[in-house]
Ligand binder design. Structure first.
Ligand SMILES: Cc1cc2nc3c(=O)[nH]c(=O)nc-3n(C[C@H](O)[C@H](O)[C@H](O)COP(=O)(O)OP(=O)(O)OC[C@H]3O[C@@H](n4cnc5c(N)ncnc54)[C@H](O)[C@@H]3O)c2cc1C
Length: 434
């Protein structure tokens, strides 16, 4: 079966197993053929982190186990998606403490990537709201891990990209809300300096994110629309529904070029007239603007696309991000989706991506000259002591990974100790020399 991540690059021939119970999953592992295998959730990671000869799908591990109305602690199987959690719990007045930009990810996938949301500067990563997880190890045993029990396994697994074992269930804390609406403030930033200042000036907002016009140059380099948000204090409680739009076929990739991106960016930036405006919107368009269009990854054509997401320390923010944006503008490779966020402090997990600074994420259509541009961007990231996000990556070199993830050796040692290195390997882990 031909399989890929969300970016549809790379594409590999793989066998997707879909065990119906944890027992079946354990049996499958016991009958492990010696081929590389890795857990697979909803395949929303962009590159090759959930690709291997054998992929252990969590599609059927989809049940809720327990909910504590007093604390908001929800236990469920790892294949439950964030969309399913929202559908059941928003009407009861609960929301995810941290959510990525799509709700179509599984609980297991969210923990394995230790995903971040628009509130990282306030609430940290997803795993910071996870108190316990059950992990199926390479030898077929399951262990309960938390910050106090098997804590090394816990910190290696949160952000560990499926390389310590298969997360089969977890307990996460939801947060109370009184409305399914968001009070949004939209601010136009004239350039990157202005955008970074606006992030600092509005650091007390729970949610913040900026869309950047990555083709703007000169005085307008990095011009952005900053979106700030708070859960509204009134309104009804209802979960949203996925939009009906979809991209039915692979679009010819020539449709996406610097002219179409430039035109889109111009219209998008200029449709907002006031420097500052306020809106009252449902949480769906605020958190998941792309989820309304199914299969939007087909827009990039047959060869697929990749997302380049880096973080740079705060001190390097303006200079480093300016260099990256200048190089992209020069290359004339536009990205519709160019997003800037501020990160708060990093956590104790060994391979979690965020640390205090700014993160920039850009989608690029695959073409012959893209990889050399990305190699140049890598050098800038390295110059400023930044790093790339494993969950978006499809091409980072082993050297770059090892230079920028300081706990990789500890992680590799734990994998060896638990036998995970003999069983759980993805295309990505092979490439990164783990
Ligand atoms: C439109 C879009 C927006 C996004 N926005 C954000 C964002 O704002 N912030 C952010 O941090 N990420 C973001 N992402 C990335 C996404 O949240 C992560 O890649 C997430 O891990 C995907 O979950 P999944 O269930 O699809 O996992 P998959 O893509 O299937 O797998 C991802 C990784 O998790 C591992 N894994 C999956 N399930 C398990 C399990 N049960 N046990 C152990 N390991 C497991 C896999 O082996 C793999 O390494 C976005 C992705 C998309 C497509």
């Amino acid at each position: 079966m031909q399989m890929s991540g969300w970016g549809r690059y790379p594409v590999v021939d793989a066998h997707l197993l879909q065990p119906r119970t944890i027992e079946q999953l354990t049996t499958k592992l016991g009958a492990h053929s010696g081929q590389d295998c890795i857990a697979r959730g909803l395949g929303r990671s962009y590159g090759d982190s959930s690709l291997a000869a054998e992929m252990l799908g969590t599609h059927y591990l989809q049940h809720f186990l327990n909910f504590d109305e007093k604390t908001g602690d929800l236990s469920c199987a790892a294949g439950v998606s964030l969309a399913e959690i929202l559908e059941v719990f928003v009407p009861r007045g609960w929301f995810l403490s941290v959510t990525p930009g799509t709700k179509f990810v599984t609980l297991g996938g969210a923990i394995a990537s230790d995903v971040h949301g628009k509130n990282h500067h306030v609430d940290g990563c997803f795993s910071e709201h996870v108190s316990r997880l059950k992990l199926l190890l390479a030898d077929g045993h399951t262990v309960d891990c938390s910050r106090t029990e098997h804590s090394e396994l816990f910190h290696a697994t949160c952000g560990g990209m499926g390389l310590t074992g298969v997360i089969v269930e977890a307990t996460l804390r939801l947060k109370p809300i009184v409305s399914s609406f968001i009070q949004q403030t939209l601010i136009k930033a004239v350039n990157l300096k202005d955008a970074l200042e606006q992030f600092e000036n509005h650091a007390d907002f729970t949610y913040s994110v900026a869309w950047i016009d990555c083709l703007a140059t000169g005085d307008q380099l990095g011009r952005s629309l900053l979106m700030l948000g708070e859960h509204a204090k009134q309104g009804d409680l209802h979960s949203g529904h996925a939009g009906k739009l979809s991209i039915p076929i692979e679009m010819p990739s020539f449709l996406l070029n610097r002219y179409s991106v430039q035109a889109f960016n111009f219209l998008y930036y200029n449709k907002v007239r006031k420097t500052r405006s306020h809106q009252y919107i449902h949480y769906e368009p605020f958190f998941y603007p792309l989820d309304g269009i199914h299969d939007w990854n087909r827009l990039y054509g047959k060869r697929g696309f990749t997302q380049y997401q880096c973080v740079l320390p705060k001190s390097a923010g303006l200079e480093g991000m300016s260099r990256i944006l200048k190089r992209i503008a020069q290359s004339k490779k536009g990205s519709f989706l160019a997003v800037l966020k501020a990160f708060g402090k990093g956590n104790e997990n060994w391979l979690s991506f965020p640390f205090e600074g700014y993160t920039l994420a850009l989608d690029f259509k695959l073409d012959n000259s893209l990889l050399s541009l990305l190699n140049e961007l890598d050098q800038i990231v390295l110059d400023y002591e930044g790093r790339l996000y494993l969950s978006k990556d499809a091409r980072m070199s082993e050297a770059l990974f090892k230079q920028t993830y300081p706990h990789w050796e500890r992680f590799a040692a734990l994998r060896e100790q638990t036998g995970a290195d003999k069983v759980f390997n993805s295309l990505q882990s092979r490439r990164l020399g783990l």
